[in-house]
Structures are given as structure tokens and as C-alpha cells.
Design a protein around this ligand. Structure first.
Ligand code: HEM
Length: 428
């Protein structure tokens, strides 16, 4: 079992942010004694969906999925122009196969995926299938000017063990000779270079430990220890998340895959903690009814497996008039159900202290990027600003406190196409 002491957790988190071989060895020195569970050479036993994480990670007492605590995002560019070669593909597959063999696909081992951008696919003569909803990233509100992540590929590494994400990263780029005892006989280095490395963490205790001296979090350590996120509440209730089945592409050459939007959102929580009271934080994050009826206790564990937002979606304009506020979840939920009531997005967001700034890395999985864009538009609440109390960024959910810095769109292909796929769905 892992040593969950505060000082050890703090250390591991700092190590993931710093990265590199030195950080890895420092981390290993303090790693828990239990061995990291090994991977498999039986390729066929692994799920075909790279995004199949939910059955391989922890759940809380209400069956809400808890994604791993430590994360690294590696934004990669292919060296050179034009499509990759078969030899490149072979190299990439061999490097990825090291991870399969080294680590059990789980929160105690490694959960991971590799995804590809529209720009990557534009290297080929053939177009992507028309049915694939994977546009280039764009600004999704009138008040944001994000940088667009158009790198070729995105590797997402996640584990409850900080040392595992670091070692896996080193294995992919040749910083170690073995990974969990498995020989690193191929790396991504001949094919890819790392354009941007981003890190993060999520889960009870971690944001509180990391909050001091952080740009965006006011003095006085306001983030409660029980909170998995900087804003002081839990998110990702089972009934407010799409299932993996739902977000999986059911047809076309990439059937078994999914699309991934990743935003990076800066947080400025001075006023959140210093001017708002708990009642108004609940109102702004959930809904006015949640605050009025006292539905949320502490960080929200009492909500069980459902935020209860569906009951208050239709009254949003009345709430705006009566309370002068609308809730973040209340707004977003308006576009997050299909006609049968299924939830459309599977959010897998985690916090970050990259560059000394509190931010959120926000990966979201869905059948098509326009599903994400529609939810984000609903969350913008521009349609509510005709009500005098609601302004574009004030009294409008949490928009006053979050600032989009990056957006990128990617295809997470099925595992059999994970190594430099063509737009027609081959990885020869
Ligand atoms: C710091 C930033 C954010 C925090 C702290 C946050 C927190 C929350 C919380 C507490 C909930 C209600 C519980 C739940 O259903 O998970 C929620 C719901 C939701 N949020 Fe966020 N969120 C943030 C940013 C975003 C962003 C950038 C999006 C982008 C579209 C988003 C989309 C959603 C959606 C779709 C829901 C579910 C609503 C439904 O039930 O359908 N959130 N969020």
C-alpha cells in the first residue's frame, strides 16, 4: 500500500512537476515498497479502447470513478514534414509496447493513451472520414484568446504512483534503460520531440498541500484538505458523466476510439475564497437551488453519485431573475444530455501548478468535438445576459474565476491504430 503521508505526497507531486531523471531517482528513493504491478506481453488481453480507464481505477463509496492522482501530458511533434514512414510507425509501436509490458493497466500501474491532432492527419493526402467530428481547435467564447495546441500527438500518462508516470515518461524518451524491470528496447525519440510537457494531480489532499505560494490561490490556505480540486468541491459524479461506451465511436475506421478536447484553464481564486461565502460558492458552482436548499455539504460527498442538477436545469432563467446568479453545472448540463437523457461528455480533469500558477487541465472525451463545443457554449451563458443581473463573466457561474489558456482537439484511436495511424484508419 502506498504511504499516503502528507510530506510524502507533497514530495511526489513536486517531483512529477519537475520531471527528468533526477526527479525520477529522487522519487524512487521514496517510493512505496510494494512492487508496481507488471504489464503483459499478451497484447490481445488489453482493452481495444485506449480510453478504457474506468474499470481499471479506483471508485469511491458511491461508485464514482476516481481517476489516478498523478498526470503528465506530453505534446509531441513529428520531426520533419509530410506523413510518417512505416519505419517510424514500427518505432512508435515498439516504444509504446514497452509501456504495455512494464505496467499493469491500472491506477497502481499506468493508465495512458496516445492521441492525434487534425494537423497530424493533414500530413496525409487522404482526408479523415467525413463522419469524424474532429475540427481544429478554436476559441469557444467571445472572451477567451487561447493558444491552440496543434502538435501532432498527445500522450497522457496517469497513475496513483508519481514514480510510475515519471518513469514511463523517461522510458518513452530514453532516459532509463528499464521500466519496472522491462528493458526499454525502443523509444519515441527517433520520431517525436516533446513540444510541451504539462503535469498535474487530482484527489483528496493534493490541492490543499500544493496551495501555498501559488499564483491564483489567496493567502491563508483556503482550499480544504478534503477537496480533490482547488475550488473546494468534488466533481465527476457518476450520473453526471458519460460512460466510456457512450463516448466511443461506434462506426467508421476509428471505431473503438473517441475524441478528446483538452483545455488548460487558469484559476484566479482570490475573490472566490475571499469575497464569496460558502453559500455563494455552492450557488455559482452548482445552482441557486443547491445553495438555498442546503443540498451540498462540505466538498459535496453527500451528493452521492449525482449532483442533482437535472432537477434545476429548466428553471435557470427564473433562478437568474430571483437570485441574480446561475450555476456552472446548471448551465453546462443544458447541453450535456442527448434526447434520451444520456450524458454526453466524460470529463477527466485534474489540477496543475505548472509555472507556479493554479490551473486546470481539462481533458474531455466525447463522440465528436461539437458535443464539447455545445456544452462549452451552454456554460458561457451568453444567452442569459439579457437578464440584467447576469453579465458575461459576473454572476454567471464560475466564469469570473477561470481563464482559458490553451485548447487542443485530438482523436484517441483504438489501440490497434495507436501508432501513427493514417486518416483512413490503417497503421500498417
Ligand atoms: C476550475 C474549473 C472547474 C471546476 C472547479 C468545475 C467544477 C464542476 C463541478 C463541481 C461540477 C458539478 C459536479 C459534476 O457534475 O461533476 C461541474 C459540472 C460540470 N462541469 Fe465543471 N468545473 C470546471 C470547469 C469546467 C469546464 C472548463 C467545463 C467545460 C465545458 C466544465 C464542464 C462541466 C460539465 C459538462 C459539468 C456537468 C454538468 C452536467 O451535469 O451535465 N467544467 N463542474
Amino acid at each position: 500500500m502506498f504511504d499516503g503521508s502528507a510530506s510524502r505526497r507533497e514530495f511526489m507531486k513536486a517531483a512529477v512537476a519537475a520531471g527528468g531523471v533526477a526527479a525520477l531517482s529522487a522519487c524512487l528513493d521514496r517510493a512505496p515498497t510494494a512492487p508496481v504491478p507488471s504489464g503483459t506481453t499478451d497484447y490481445g488481453s488489453l482493452p481495444e479502447r485506449q480510453h478504457a480507464w474506468d474499470d481499471f481505477t479506483r471508485r469511491d463509496e458511491y461508485d464514482n470513478v476516481e481517476i489516478p492522482r498523478h498526470h503528465v501530458l506530453l505534446y509531441l511533434n513529428l520531426d520533419g514534414d509530410g506523413p510518417p514512414t512505416d519505419a517510424d510507425r514500427q518505432t512508435v509501436e515498439s516504444a509504446l509496447f514497452v509501456l504495455d509490458r512494464a505496467y499493469q493497466r491500472s491506477n497502481e500501474g499506468l493508465l495512458w493513451s496516445i492521441a492525434y491532432s487534425p494537423r497530424y492527419f493533414s500530413r496525409f493526402d487522404d482526408p479523415l472520414p467525413e463522419s469524424l467530428d474532429l475540427p481544429e481547435p478554436r476559441a469557444l467564447s467571445s472572451f477567451e484568446t487561447p493558444e491552440f495546441d496543434r502538435q501532432d500527438a498527445l500522450v497522457h500518462l496517469a497513475s496513483d504512483r508519481a514514480a510510475v508516470v515519471l518513469e514511463a515518461e523517461q522510458a518513452l524518451f530514453g532516459g532509463v534503460e528499464t521500466a519496472n524491470g522491462v528493458e526499454v528496447d525502443a523509444t519515441l525519440s527517433p520520431v517525436f520531440s516533446v513540444d510541451s510537457r504539462r503535469t498535474g494531480f487530482v484527489g483528496v489532499g493534493l490541492p490543499a498541500e500544493k496551495q501555498s505560494n501559488l499564483n491564483g490561490i489567496p493567502e491563508g490556505n483556503p482550499v480544504p484538505n478534503e477537496s480533490p480540486l482547488f475550488m473546494g468541491f468534488k466533481a465527476g459524479f457518476k450520473k453526471n458523466q458519460a460512460t466510456e461506451d457512450y463516448v466511443t465511436l461506434s462506426e467508421g475506421p476509428f471505431a473503438g476510439g473517441t475524441t478528446k478536447h483538452v483545455a488548460n484553464v487558469r484559476q484566479r481564486l482570490g475573490d472566490w475564497y475571499e469575497e464569496e461565502d460558502y453559500y455563494h460558492r455552492v450557488m455559482k458552482l452548482f445552482s441557486p437551488a443547491h445553495a438555498e436548499q442546503g443540498l451540498v455539504d462540505g466538498v459535496g460527498n453527500n451528493l452521492g453519485d449525482d449532483s442533482g442538477i437535472d432537477a434545476v436545469v429548466d428553471r435557470i432563467r427564473d433562478d437568474a431573475r430571483e437570485f441574480g446568479h446561475v450555476g456552472h453545472a446548471q448551465k453546462a448540463a443544458r447541453a450535456n444530455r442527448d434526447e434520451d437523457g444520456n450524458v454526453k461528455l466524460l470529463r477527466r480533469h485534474f489540477e496543475s501548478t505548472d509555472d507556479g500558477v493554479a490551473s486546470l487541465h481539462f481533458p474531455s472525451l466525447q463522440r465528436g468535438i461539437s458535443d464539447f463545443e455545445a456544452v462549452r457554449e451552454a456554460m458561457n451563458g451568453a444567452d442569459l445576459t439579457d437578464i440584467p443581473t447576469i453579465r458575461q463573466r459576473v454572476s454567471n457561474g464560475i466564469l469570473e474565476y477561470i481563464f482559458v489558456k490553451h485548447r487542443g482537439n485530438f482523436l484517441v484511436p483504438p489501440r490497434s491504430l495507436r501508432a501513427l495511424p493514417t486518416p483512413t484508419g490503417e497503421a500498417p
